[in-house]
Design a protein around this ligand. Structure first.
Ligand code: UGA
Length: 439
């Protein structure tokens, strides 16, 4: 099969490389000539474990090519995927679909025969209808099918998630040709027994938002439980385990922390809220989740100031991890941004170290000094705050850290270290949701 991928962002580049790895012929198209040249030279635009190697092998095998020429790229394609960005529109939180529609228009104008256009970008309900309208208006002569195929991969685990998905959702308007093309596109996943689920197009669009909003709700629920645990003297990790062992609830996404961030949950929850309001079917639970999560990120700053003894002015706080989660250099809506803001507002000086995120983070937090290692960050600091649970932070020499600091205060926002261990190393410890598991 020949597959064209429009957009070489997270979803486009990972999906394109994985499709090529399954043996399809893939052309990735991006307007950004610098980005395409860099990828061709082996430099990935994002940090994602294994991606450079996957792109390299498939490009060398001739199955994965890159171009800035969209009309050339879509020629003879069996399926053309739109995987461009859908950021939050400034001001109102609606998804900005201008890139999706611009790509759709250019694709349709370049077609020389029937085509299946697939939206992989996260798009609100009804976007497929609009793409179809554009297609009919510009090329009434051609049979163009528009399909929705949302992507559920996670940053940092993107290749594994793409190749071994829990499910693949394909939304169509019932066209047999579209169903047959999409079945062939995903046939290589049959061996991994990934359920391929066909639905209506609007339903598929909504499934993506419902999934992200549900996960964001699960996280927010446990974060509020964590606050309650702190207030009543209970332990949130045991609460998570105690409820997560119930198969109807499940143990995943029940880690309390500083609030969810990233390029998806904040944007998608907001867009779902807007859709609900537009259709007079408000999703009040998600409206609350959005508010609670925003407040939580800022509250983490206050939690740190409290751990400093209530006064941050003139003190130095060292942050370990700035990206919104490990194994990515993505800083979008990272809790660290709100934490730095709150600490700087309170008069503290902030030092930070992150294994991959510092280049991206530095211009976003100009007042922060970037250190060369976790130990360098901690040296002379009045508090050490674990913000992102990178593997590299899981077995630090706590004694060495504590003894190098002005005051051995540890604020573990990811509950990585057992309290007893950190206390034995000399730290005064603040965690999220209690004093640690009794088990
Ligand atoms: C999320 C979804 O998990 C993917 O299925 C989806 O495809 C993707 O959005 C998307 O829409 O593109 P991602 O944003 O990469 O993936 O990251 P997650 O692993 O879901 O984490 C999101 C945020 O939730 C992070 O800030 C993380 O620290 C936080 N989180 C996650 C918690 O605080 N606790 C948890 O138990 C799990």
């Amino acid at each position: 099969m020949k597959i064209t991928m429009i957009g070489t962002g997270y979803v486009g580049l990972v999906s394109g490389a994985c499709f090529a790895d399954f043996g399809h012929d893939v052309v990735c198209v991006d307007k950004d000539a610098g980005k395409i040249a860099a990828i061709e030279a082996g430099t990935m635009p994002i940090y994602e474990p294994g991606l450079d190697q996957l792109v390299g092998t498939n490009a060398a095998a001739g199955r994965l090519t890159f171009t800035t020429d969209l009309p050339e790229g879509v020629k003879g394609a069996d399926a053309i995927f739109i995987a461009v960005g859908t950021p939050s529109r400034r001001g109102d939180g609606h998804a900005d679909l201008s890139y999706v529609y611009a790509a759709a228009k250019e694709i349709v104008e370049s077609l020389d025969g029937p085509a299946v256009i697939v939206t992989k970008s996260t798009v609100p309900v009804g976007t497929g209808d609009e793409v179809e309208r554009i297609a009919r208006e510009l090329r009434p002569d051609l049979d163009i099918q528009v399909v929705s195929n949302p992507e559920f991969l996670r940053e940092g685990a993107a290749i594994g998630d793409f190749k071994r998905p829990d499910r693949v959702v394909v939304g169509t308007t019932g066209s047999e040709r579209a169903i047959s093309v999409m079945s062939q596109v995903y046939r290589p996943l049959n061996l991994n027994q990934a359920p391929l689920m066909f639905t209506g197009r609007r339903t598929a669009e909504l499934i993506k938002y419902a999934a992200n909003a549900f996960l964001a709700t699960k996280i927010t629920f446990i974060n509020e439980m964590a606050d309650l645990c702190e207030a009543v003297g209970a332990e949130v990790q045991d609460v998570s385990r105690g409820i997560g062992l119930d198969k109807r609830i499940g143990s995943k996404f029940l880690h309390a922390g500083p609030g969810y961030g990233g390029s998806c949950f904040p944007k998608d929850t907001l867009a779902l809220v807007k859709t609900g309001q537009d259709y007079d079917a408000p999703i009040r639970i998600v409206e609350t989740v959005v508010q609670v999560n925003d407040l939580r990120k800022r509250a983490m700053g206050r939690k740190i100031v409290k751990a400093l003894g209530g006064e941050a002015r003139g003190k130095t706080v060292a942050l370990l991890g700035v990206t919104f989660k490990p194994n990515t250099d993505d800083m979008r809506d990272a809790p660290s941004l709100a934490i730095v803001q709150a600490l700087e507002d309170a008069g503290a000086k902030v030092v930070a170290y992150d294994p991959e995120g510092m280049d991206v983070a530095a211009p976003m937090m100009p007042g922060v000094t970037m250190a060369g290692s976790a130990y360098e960050a901690a040296s002379g600091a009045d508090a050490l705050v674990l913000v992102t649970e990178w593997d590299a932070f899981r077995a630090l020499d706590l004694k060495r850290l504590a003894s190098s600091m002005s005051a051995p205060v540890l604020v573990d926002l990811r509950n990585i270290y057992p309290v007893a261990e950190a206390e034995a190393a000399g730290f005064t410890v603040t965690r999220v949701g209690g004093k640690g598991s009794a088990a």
